[in-house]
Ligand binder design. Sequence first.
Ligand code: FAQ
Length: 320
Amino acid sequence: MKETLLDEATLLAEFEAKIDAEIKIEPRDWMPDAYRKHLIRQISQHAHSEVIGMQPEGNWITRAPSLRSKKILLAKIQDEGGHGLYLYSAAETLGVSRDQYIQWLHEGKAKYASVFNYPTLNWADIGAIGWLVDGAAITNQVSLQRTSYGPYSRAMVRICKEESFHQRQGYEIMWKMMEGTKDQQRMAQDAINRWWWPALMMFGPHDSDSAHTGNAMKWKIKRETNDRLREKFINKTVPQAELIGLKVPDANLKVSGTDSFGEPTYDHSDINWEEFWQVVNGNGPCNEQRLEHHVKAHQDGKWVRECAKAFQNNNDSINR
Ligand code: FAQ
């Protein structure tokens, strides 16, 4: 018994030394149970977000205003499915199967980003999602490239490359609309009015209310806190809005100073946390619809998974 405890202490010391030295933790390395559980929760929720996030945009493929915009949107949504795949694969290295992750999602035991529980009412919303939602996602994910778990970190590097294209795709839509008719300008402004706050909510609760930030920062799973990332996003996005003539829907927004690069920083209002927790806890405008759609698509795809498995089993027996 004593020997086991001593071994565990040594393993923990080695694990912590690796974290301190910025050496990635790999699937076969020893890791504390709490670290593994933390990653299982965060990476699988991240994967679910990518896949559920395909729904609000998928809704607009058939109604894209030109063949060019349709092709771009299709490619973008397909990328999001791919991001889900990289992330589920990274999460599976922690010893939990993809089926189990999906079951937790369907049972409401796993979360996904609250922002995807808002409806996409018109084409300007597709611009706002690309610009603001992908813009917020990339702000977070750039820092997650340095996360301590190897498979998660490597997935993030590839995802970030694609996400920066998505952000520009969305900004281009908004910019084109702001160069268009008065009605198009009104649509773009209405879209930022509805998506600004949900995008800020993507960074999670204030650091002081965040249950997981302490361990996440200690183990270098997260490299920057929720509030720090949110401020970074605001600082880079407000000038982008102003450049194309959009007004950020916050009466208290004003320049507060400059950062170390001489770029403006901002004072702003606080998030409506009551709304945030309502949506996170399943009571947003589209929570029910998003989950129902996922459950149905999963059931409808059962035969495809069975065929793929049978094909693989057949190949395995031929090769034996
Ligand atoms: N929505 O203690 P914390 C994308 C939950 S990818 C829902 O601060 P943590 C691409 C949190 O899970 C976007 N739930 O937690 C795309 C926890 O609940 P739990 C997704 C939220 O983990 C674009 C509880 O509240 N990105 O958009 C939210 O330290 C366009 C307490 O919170 C990621 O997932 C929220 N906004 O920090 C796709 C990035 N915020 O688990 C398609 C990776 C918090 O105890 C179209 N994840 N909660 O039941 C992270 O960086 C972190 O997990 C945070 C939350 C920052 C999301």
